[in-house]
Design a protein around this ligand. Structure first.
Ligand SMILES: Cc1cc2nc3c(=O)[nH]c(=O)nc-3n(C[C@H](O)[C@H](O)[C@H](O)COP(=O)(O)O)c2cc1C
Length: 401
């Protein structure tokens, strides 16, 4: 049966949820599943904006069938060819043999690569091309690397709807509430939206900035992304978050404490650091054992907070592997502009700290605090004092901001 929602008088949500999927892109945990959003416009022409993952294809196709009734599907606008949105294209082509596909040149090439035999039905569009479907006129804007090269967004000049592809998306499935103003966003959604952006899109901050500049000139009333909630109120809230994230600016003054420890001594140092910070009035702290926390959560909080403390044991003359992955991932995702404290531990040749610093040196605008600490196996009075000194240095650097 159909499960659709009206967005405007003639635009409908026809996507569906996968609440069972454990890992997004087979890597990022999905405690609340994910939605695959697709939208159907019923104008003089009927227009589908993107398809959905194969796992939800049955629901997605029932939704379209219900809304179309006896009408044909005239157009399919493909904004993004990643299979979690493009996988059902083939089935749409089979069911609606007269449908024409509108997409970027790169998307057309990718369709070929993914094995969809549809070249004769493709109309390639370029930056700022427009099309009329009757009452509605839309303009296409290319958004390369947000977060694949073929991506384009579509703006409906008639009703102010921006079909934003993966931009403004989020992890998390929908439970009837489609609009961001129907949920407690700060309580229930922002963490997953940040985790989505920072792990999926953040590498391409400059490209997101370009898209935001284009969007800034448009009278946007609705944002319809390919995952998560639709925005129709308080759009500035989410656009501001995207602006901050894509400029690699922290959202909050606070400290992410991430530690790697086998026997508990480095963990003890992390606890002492957190204690000291709190005693000095810095309570906006998130502390994680990197061995027990999926890296996507660490990345998310690295983007959220202004400061970071990385404490790691040395392991076979290297950084402890989960901490190493975290630091490498931060660099791969282009994280910048953070202040970092480093603590290392080792029993015979401690060097995790200097290796972490080498990674940080290669990243842009990372300030590594001079106050560092080398623990030899377990804390003593001298290394305890050094940890307290690190807390002082973090407080001072926050005051200076
Ligand atoms: C497999 C393995 C490799 C290690 N490699 C090193 C090393 O290369 N250099 C070193 O100084 N300590 C090394 N250690 C020792 C730990 O880093 C050290 O005991 C540390 O104090 C443990 O801190 P923790 O109590 O926080 O786990 C190694 C330990 C293990 C189990």
């Amino acid at each position: 049966m159909q499960c659709v929602r009206k967005i405007t008088d003639d635009l409908y949500f026809v996507g569906a949820n996968d609440k069972r999927l454990a890992l997004f892109e087979n890597i990022h945990p999905l405690p609340n599943g994910t939605s695959y959003n697709s939208y159907l416009l019923l104008d003089e022409k009927t227009v589908l904006f993107d398809t959905a993952d194969w796992s939800v294809s049955r629901q997605f196709l029932e939704n379209i069938e219900y809304l179309l009734g006896d009408r044909p599907l005239d157009y399919l606008v493909v904004g993004h060819m990643e299979p979690d949105h493009g996988a059902s294209i083939h089935e749409v082509l089979l069911r609606y043999p007269k449908v024409k596909i509108i997409c970027s040149n790169k998307a057309s090439m990718m369709m070929n690569q993914f094995g969809f035999d549809c070249q004769k039905r493709v109309k390639v569009v370029k930056e700022k091309d427009t099309m009329s479907f009757g009452k509605h006129e839309v303009t296409f804007y290319m958004a390369p690397m947000v977060h694949w090269p073929e991506v384009m967004v579509t703006f409906d000049n008639t009703n102010g709807v921006l079909f934003s592809a993966d931009a403004f998306g989020s992890f998390g499935s929908l439970d009837g509430k489609l609009f961001a103003d129907e949920v407690d966003y700060d309580r229930d959604w922002i963490e997953e939206a940040r985790r989505y952006y920072t792990n999926i899109v953040s590498k391409y901050g400059p490209q997101v900035q370009k898209l935001l500049a284009k969007a800034g000139g448009l009278p946007i009333k609705y944002i319809c992304p390919l995952h998560g909630l639709v925005w129709r109120k308080d759009l500035g809230y989410f656009i501001d978050k995207y602006d901050k994230w894509s400029k690699y600016e922290p959202e909050e003054q606070g400290v992410l404490i991430a530690y790697a420890s086998m026997y508990g001594d480095t963990e003890c140092a992390a606890n002492i650091l957190a204690n000291e910070l709190c005693q000095k009035g810095i309570t906006n702290i998130a502390m994680y054992d990197v061995s027990k926390t999926h890296i996507s959560y660490l990345i998310s909080d690295a983007f959220k907070y202004s400061h970071m403390a990385l404490l790691s044991v040395t392991y076979n003359l290297k950084i402890f592997p989960p901490m190493n992955s975290f630091v490498e991932d931060m660099a791969a995702l282009n994280l910048q502009k953070r202040t970092v404290a480093v603590v290392e531990n080792g029993t015979w040749a401690p060097q995790a700290g200097s290796l972490i610093c080498e990674h940080l040196d290669e990243m842009k605008e990372m300030t590594v605090l001079n106050e560092q600490c080398t623990i030899l196996s377990s804390l003593n009075q001298s290394t305890y004092d050094e940890i307290c000194g690190i807390a002082d240095a973090i407080v001072e650097s926050m005051k200076a901001e």
